[in-house]
Design a protein around this ligand. Sequence first.
Ligand code: ZN
Length: 259
Amino acid sequence: MVDIGVNFHASQLASITTSLLARAQAAGVAQILATGTSLASSHLALELARAHPGVVFATAGVHPHDAKSFDAHTFRALAELWKHPEVVAVGECGLDYNRNFSTPEAQRAAFGQQLSMAVQAGKPLFLHCRDAFADFHDMLAPVVADGARGVVHCFTGDRAEAEAFLAMGLDIGITGWVTDLQRGQALREAVPHLPLDRLHLETDAPYLFPKNAGSRRGHNEPANLRWVAAGVAELMQREVDEIVQACSANSRRMFGLHA
Ligand SMILES: [Zn+2]
């Protein structure tokens, strides 16, 4: 399996990387993308990728929550990070109007600058969109038309939004949100209609502990990825292994992951 989103820099995970990776491997998670959400966490993700070649890969970007910190220095430093072969995606970047930790204006500025470089960097986008569909879609459309590829990670929208992203050419990342019978209702209704060759699996650990994994034990971690696959399989009425194989192949192809 490939987990395309783990926040190793989060305080819950930062000190236990080695055991997380061992448990992930034992659970069949062979490759992981370490999410960079700021300059500091992007550097950390690259360090992890270098320490675990062929197993951990990095993304480098500035999350909309951190957009207020984005300046010319950030931009130059990211451009340097994107040159490394271990950095396989531009992001996490996007828009999040759910909590507005940075103002919408600051978010659009930081996102726009990262998008402008993504095509030149030749790397796929690792995208975040929450409660910002219209602006997000409008900003991405010309970039994707210019040749950018990418995944809308932790997709939490409905069928119409998913189909709009797919029509644009973007893939969809599915987390444990799909197992949430309350918050995940719109996504659960959408999943049976999504094409399996455009989906990716992710835990977004330490967040979004899968609700189908039984009683919650601490924080979420990459070893729980199969529960996300099981949630998708149930909704699509397919075998878990079929979901796993398809999504892993999609992720390896999208991000160019070599063993
Ligand atoms: Zn996100």
